[in-house]
Design a protein around this ligand. Structure first.
Ligand code: SOE
Length: 393
């Protein structure tokens, strides 16, 4: 057993033992992040993939072998009890986030929790309270896209005032994996496991980004949600029983910031041809910025002070060592991808743990996003926020 002070034989750095709960898609990219962070960046602690946890022993062991974890557990409570685990990384569906995170923090572990922070505002509040009563522990929510170099650069440019006072931010996050009405009823399509649908899964990312980019919190919303396919097969393949989809397939909403800036958001799993299309445009009094995750090494900047004949959106290739995170990677001009955002997340979290500083996005940031999502659902459920258009029929 390693204790928190154990040094790595290879690097002579103190070891940070990671215990990850869940090993599906998010578990795989988090594993990649933990495996790579200490190789790409000079970290103060050495992250070690100590144990992965899943209910099925055989599957958990297979995941450990496949993803590079030293051991497997089948009960997250036992994982948390191990003294060679210093950080618990939660990659499970939303219905177990609060219980695991609160127990881990109270057991003295640092926590990284996948987004959205929880399924309800009450659960997210309990998680923030657990973080607050364990101030020596670090708690972070995994809004990984903040750590896309071009998005990080956009935030820095806005923060430095390059756009002046902000007027608009419009964000869309579009995917198409539900267009087939026979796609099965997975946990993501049930409220009791996922909390909400496209709203929480995709909408949470763009709400977080809107708040990260502007440095402001959304203070009011109006929203609409829709479930286009209300029943889906219980098991993959055609035929058989169908069960009810109890979450939204798409969510559209507007938001306001204290500064007066207006925001619009669209999240959908029904946008045929859009695979992982997270896009935003920010318009300020002095210029604009535009980003598309499907071209994630580029940021487009319109500088309103340029002379009229040469004004236009300029493409910044965010691949240079002067750009956020890039100094740790390849020679200039060689781009990065989706998985690097998780490496950067791991890197920043390790620094926060070593420095004893709360990282961003914190659990409090995750709670704020949860409050916005809840307000959108409330707005969407009220007829009073929906004004029918006048008709002569
Ligand atoms: C949904 O398809 C999903 O996997 C989200 O859950 C992730 O947060 C997003 O990064 C990619 O899309």
């Amino acid at each position: 057993m390693t204790s928190p002070n154990t040094q790595s034989a290879a690097t002579r750095k103190p070891v940070l033992g990671i215990g990850m709960v869940g090993y599906a898609f998010m578990g795989a990219v988090h594993s990649q992040g933990w495996r790579t962070a200490g190789r790409a960046f000079d970290l103060p602690l050495e992250p070690q993939l100590t144990a992965v946890c899943g209910r099925n022993e055989q599957a958990a062991r297979a995941a450990a072998d496949r993803l590079g974890w030293a051991s497997a557990e089948t009960d997250w409570r036992e994982l948390i009890a191990r003294d060679d685990i210093h950080l618990v990384d939660i990659c499970t569906p939303g219905d177990s986030h609060a219980e695991i995170a609160v127990a881990a923090l109270d057991a003295g572990k640092h926590v990284l929790c996948e987004k959205p922070l929880a399924n309800t505002v009450a659960e997210a509040e309990a998680m923030v309270a657990a973080a607050a009563r364990n101030p020596g522990r670090i708690a972070m929510v995994g809004f990984n896209y903040r750590r896309t170099p071009a998005i990080s650069l956009a935030q820095a440019l806005i923060g430095a005032g390059r756009l002046g006072t902000l007027r608009h931010i419009r964000l869309t996050y579009l995917q198409d994996w539900l267009v087939d009405p026979d796609f099965p009823l997975t946990w993501r399509l049930r409220r009791e496991t996922a909390g909400s649908g496209a709203l929480g899964d995709l909408g949470s990312h763009i709400v977080d980004l809107a708040q990260f980019l502007t440095g402001e919190q959304v203070i009011g919303v109006t929203g609409q949600t829709e479930t286009f396919v209300p029943e889906r097969p219980l098991t993959p393949g055609l035929g058989g029983d169908r069960g009810q989809v109890t979450v939204d397939d798409a969510a559209l909403f507007t938001g306001r910031f204290p500064s007066g800036a207006l925001a619009s958001f669209e999240a959908s799993r029904f946008a045929h041809g859009r695979k992982n299309a997270l896009r935003f445009e920010v318009n300020g009094e002095r210029g604009s910025l535009a980003f598309d995750l499907e071209r994630l090494n580029e940021l487009h900047f319109f500088d309103g002070s340029a002379p009229a004949p040469e004004a236009g959106f300029r493409r910044i290739l965010v691949t240079e060592p002067e750009h956020p995170y890039l100094a740790g990677w390849w020679p200039p001009g060689h781009g990065l991808g989706y998985e690097h955002t998780f490496v950067h997340q791991a890197r920043d979290l390790v620094h926060a743990i070593a420095d004893g500083t709360q990282p961003s996005p914190s659990f409090a940031d995750g709670l704020q996003v949860q409050r916005v999502l809840a307000a959108v659902e409330e707005s969407a459920s009220k007829d009073s926020t929906y004004t029918p258009v006048f008709t002569t029929d």
